[in-house]
Design a protein around this ligand. Structure first.
Ligand code: NAP
Length: 253
């Protein structure tokens, strides 16, 4: 068995949403290091991600699209057409809005559900259609959360959306595994990114969270690379509908 080729992404094209920062950046750098040409979707410049990838001799193309735009999916398909074929889709972009459940507005609810749940489904559908048509399969990696398993505090829309991501990952895998499309997810634990800046700034919450992580530290974008490469590569070709936790042991507690 050739271990290198089992995990190699040479010749593959990957779309990663939210590639400019945080976990999307970590995933992008990882996939590129394994040989993929990464098409980074973001609403602002991916300069930093591009620099990190190019430093390692990898390939990166920036695809500027606001995922809240009506025609976001059409824009992504048009702007990645030059790739010839996209082989891997990572649905990473996501937002969180913190508020007491009693005070959550419809605007906040809709913004979270539209990006974290609705867009994940319809972008997956758009690429899966092309893969079903050409018969060559593909890989979808959704980014779930600890709140795919737990209720969380003051983030009800986020919890609803991430619980949906876990269920959707199973539902899509059931339909698409027969087309050689692997749909799986990664559930990150508590990672040091913009998403958790408010939590980390709150001394009490921060200490509470850290004290519950068996690994004794917050996760980093780099921690995402291994699981992402695995789920994007041939190594995971018989994995369908599963969500892998990359959480320093949080769920094991
Ligand atoms: P982050 O640093 O806030 O990154 C979120 C990404 O989504 C950014 O690239 C952001 O772009 C992008 N995004 C948001 N709205 C967008 C839009 N309308 N159009 C295009 N891109 C948009 O947080 P992160 O932690 O890396 O989050 C990445 C994913 O991991 C999310 O799905 C998040 O829910 C999930 N996650 C994070 C943690 C954690 O502890 N950090 C844990 C579990 C799951 P901008 O920079 O322009 O806002």
């Amino acid at each position: 068995m050739d271990i290198q080729s089992l995990f190699s992404l040479e010749g593959k094209n990957a779309v990663v949403t939210g590639a400019n920062t945080g976990l999307g950046q970590g995933v992008s750098v990882g996939l590129a290091a394994a040989g993929a040409h990464v098409y980074g979707v973001a609403r602002r410049s991916c300069e930093e991600t591009a620099a990190k990838i190019k430093e390692n001799g990898g390939e990166f193309t920036e695809v500027i699209v606001d995922l809240s735009a009506e025609d976001a999916i059409a824009q992504i398909l048009a702007k990645t057409e030059s790739a010839g074929r996209i082989d891997i889709l990572v649905n990473n972009a996501g937002i969180i809005r913190r508020n007491d459940a009693a005070d959550v507005t419809e605007e906040d609810w809709d913004a979270v559900i539209n990006l974290n749940e609705r867009m994940v489904f319809f972008l997956s559908q758009a690429f899966a259609k092309t893969w079903i048509a050409d018969g060559k399969g593909g890989k979808i990696i959704n980014i779930a959360s600890m709140l795919s398993y737990q209720g969380g505090i003051r983030v009800p829309a986020y919890t609803a959306s991430k619980s949906a991501v876990l269920g959707m990952t199973r539902a899509l895998a059931n339909e698409w595994a027969k087309y050689n499309i692997n749909v799986n997810a990664i559930a990150p634990g508590y990672m040091a990114t913009n998403n958790t800046a408010q939590l980390r700034d709150d001394e009490n919450r921060s200490a509470e969270i850290l004290g519950r992580i068996p690994a004794g530290r917050w996760g980093t974008p780099e921690d995402m690379a291994g699981a992402a490469i695995f789920l994007a590569s041939e190594a995971s070709s018989y994995m369908n509908g599963f969500t892998i936790a990359v959480d320093g042991g949080w769920l094991a507690r």
